[in-house]
Design a protein around this ligand. Structure first.
Ligand code: ADP
Ligand code: MG
Length: 592
């Protein structure tokens, strides 16, 4: 006799509760799903309400398409969706939802009310669900759109309810979800009500900057520069902060992929790589990045929460994001182009440029100064000097200002400039570090792997662990310009180092490189390590006494800084300039 079958198909309610474990991690995840549904339904206004950190209530009301009676009932069934019809649709998803499991999952673990009405219907319908079981369906009067109320999440799963954090902690997650949604769709009005008090009221905005302005305030928004970068398949838009404006965490590094808030390691990597050597360690520049690409080049179906995405060609995306940020933060600010009032032109003529760069700090490199990078894009119009004024030396495209003049010094240290952008305070030492840093990098690029021989050669002894790491990468070291040979147990003989590092003691270089290799493996041999060392060299070489500088020398310094690729910070992340642009000045003085 065959053994009685042990396998059972789970009842729907149980299956939904299991799915809820994946989709609904906490109140904030329910809120996220509800807001996504409202956006997919074409809402122009969305009201989110929470009570007790979402533990008591999560409610979302929209003025979207609404649902008829049959759809309202279907919507809380498992795998019921209006957004895709067949497997092939998964390859090009244009809506935020598509799995058809959110409402079913949420309704199975809460006391759930769905109230909805389409524009054509005379009245609405209300569906009451209690722990996944429909209690009541009734006709109600209600405006066009949908309201979903979720009460006492996990009331029927004590084990999950117990794991909810304090109302405060849950609220942090809720606020994050709301923030991401509000930033993803500037054209939609968003409102957040917390324990019956309004916390955010964001009117429909014309564009992302307006939304950022409403959300974070004008001071914050003034620090952002627009991104717009087209790399064929991939287009990047959004905003990136000037490197001098940083935060202690990554909260304001926000990425959207085809309007969906997303995380993708390649994008984090791209952001970090651009700001490396521009911001101090442990600080993060706010960025708001929209990646637009054909839906078939991205996979959003990686995880039930749809937060992590995968790109089919990650390197393309990574490069596009990095290039977009780089050109935005090194380019001339767009405020200048928009300013209607023409600032007064400089009364000072730039002294002619001599062949030698300012300060003879590059003695190790008798090579001629490399030409400034060619202009990448046509520059926006800049205010031209008034008739009768002396002409200013033209600055290359991408300079932070088109003209400047030195007004004086503050405290014998900081240089005060008037520029077409507004008022600028400049720290000459930080500026000099930046100039040297880029100069050395340029030379390194012009003559890659050039070595500087050591006479006599130097023996370096390392710890067994460091020696082992170094031994494994000797070939890569040689490719960088080191000439290194094993020399006994854990010792190495160095008879050449990369020319751009010839000023650092070879023993220090090797020890440092070895410990970097131990920590980060071959990754350490990429540009990062080299750049950090060069930043150090720049710091050591930068002139420390600027008090005595003649005006012509200061002019040269400012001009050299303006020609660098990243003029706003020193290679070690200190600001080189503090810029008060005309619109900030007007605002501070209360002019409109
Ligand atoms: P998905 O969003 O993945 O399709 P959901 O369970 O979140 O799955 O929603 C199921 C269906 O219910 C949706 O496909 C949609 O047709 C409908 N729906 C849900 N929320 C709304 C809403 N706010 N307005 C209109 N229709 C909605
Ligand atoms: Mg959904």
């Amino acid at each position: 006799m065959p053994a009685p079958s042990q396998i059972r198909i789970l009842p729907d309610v149980v299956a939904n509760q299991i799915a809820a474990g994946e989709v609904v991690e906490r109140p904030a995840s329910a809120l996220k799903e509800l807001i996504e549904n409202s956006l997919d339904a074409g809402a122009s206004r969305i009201l989110a309400e929470v009570a007790d950190g979402g533990r008591k209530l999560i409610s979302v009301t929209d003025d979207g398409s609404g649902m008829g009676r049959d759809d309202a009932l279907l919507s809380i069934e498992r795998h019921a969706t209006s957004k895709i019809h067949e497997a092939a649709d998964l390859a090009h998803i244009a809506t935020l939802g598509f799995r058809g499991e959110a409402l079913a999952a949420i309704a199975s673990v809460s006391q759930f009310t769905l109230t909805t009405r389409t524009a054509e219907a005379l009245g609405g319908v209300e569906v009451l669900v209690f722990g996944g079981k429909i209690q009541e369906v009734r006709e109600v009067g209600c405006p066009v759109g949908t309201q979903v109320q979720v009460r006492n999440l996990f009331f029927n799963i004590p084990a999950r309810r117990k794991f909810l954090r304090s109302a405060q902690t849950e609220f942090i997650h809720i606020k994050r979800v709301f923030t991401l949604a509000a930033l993803s769709r500037p054209a939609t009005a968003f409102q957040l009500r917390v324990d019956a008090a309004d916390m955010f009221q964001l009117p429909a905005a014309n564009d992302m900057l307006e939304r950022l302005n409403d959300f974070y305030g004008a001071e914050f928004a003034a620090q952002l520069r627009p991104l717009d970068f087209d790399a064929g398949n991939v287009r990047i838009t959004g905003f990136a902060a000037r490197p001098s404006f940083t935060r202690a965490d990554r909260e304001e590094q926000i990425v959207f992929v085809n309007h969906r808030a997303a995380t993708a390691p390649v994008i984090n990597y791209a952001i970090a790589s651009v700001y490396q050597n521009l911001v101090p360690g442990g600080r993060y520049a706010p960025v708001f990045i929209h990646v637009h690409l054909p839906a078939e080049l991205v996979d959003v179906n990686v995880h039930p929460t749809k937060r992590e995405v995968r790109f089919h060609r990650p390197m393309e995306v990574r490069e596009a994001v990095a290039d977009a940020i780089r050109s935005a933060i090194s380019g001339i600010s767009s405020e200048a182009a928009r300013t209607t009032a023409t600032p007064r032109p400089p009364g000072h003529v730039m002294p002619p440029r001599p062949e030698q760069p300012f300060f003879d700090t590059f003695r190790a490199f008798p090579a001629p100064r490399p030409a400034p990078a060619p202009a990448a894009a046509p520059r926006p119009p800049v205010p031209t000097p008034a008739p009768g004024a002396m002409p200013a030396a033209a600055m290359p495209a991408g300079s932070p200002w088109a003209w400047f003049r030195i007004l004086g010094r503050v405290g014998g240290i900081y240089v005060v400039l008037e520029t077409n952008e507004g008022l600028v305070l400049l720290d000459p030492r930080a500026a000099h570090e930046r100039i040297i840093y880029e100069h050395v990098l340029q030379l390194g690029k012009a003559r890659p792997q050039e070595s500087q021989g050591l006479l006599p050669p130097v023996t370096v002894e390392l710890s067994a662990r460091d020696a082992q790491a170094l031994r494994r990468h000797l070939d890569a070291l040689r490719a960088m310009g080191f000439s290194v040979a094993e020399f006994g147990a854990d010792a190495f003989l160095v008879d050449a180092v990369p020319a751009i590092m010839s000023e650092i003691s070879p023993a220090l270089l090797l020890t440092d490189l070895a410990s970097a290799l131990v920590q980060s493996g071959a990754e350490a041999l990429r540009e990062g390590w080299m750049h950090e060392r060069i930043a150090e060299i720049s710091g050591q070489r930068a002139v420390t006494t600027f008090e005595e500088l003649a005006e012509t020398e200061l002019y040269r310094l400012v001009e050299d800084l303006a020609r660098t690729e990243m003029p706003y910070t020193s290679p070690r992340g200190r600001p080189t300039v503090i810029l008060l642009n005309m619109s900030e000045l007007h605002r501070k003085f209360g002019r409109s």
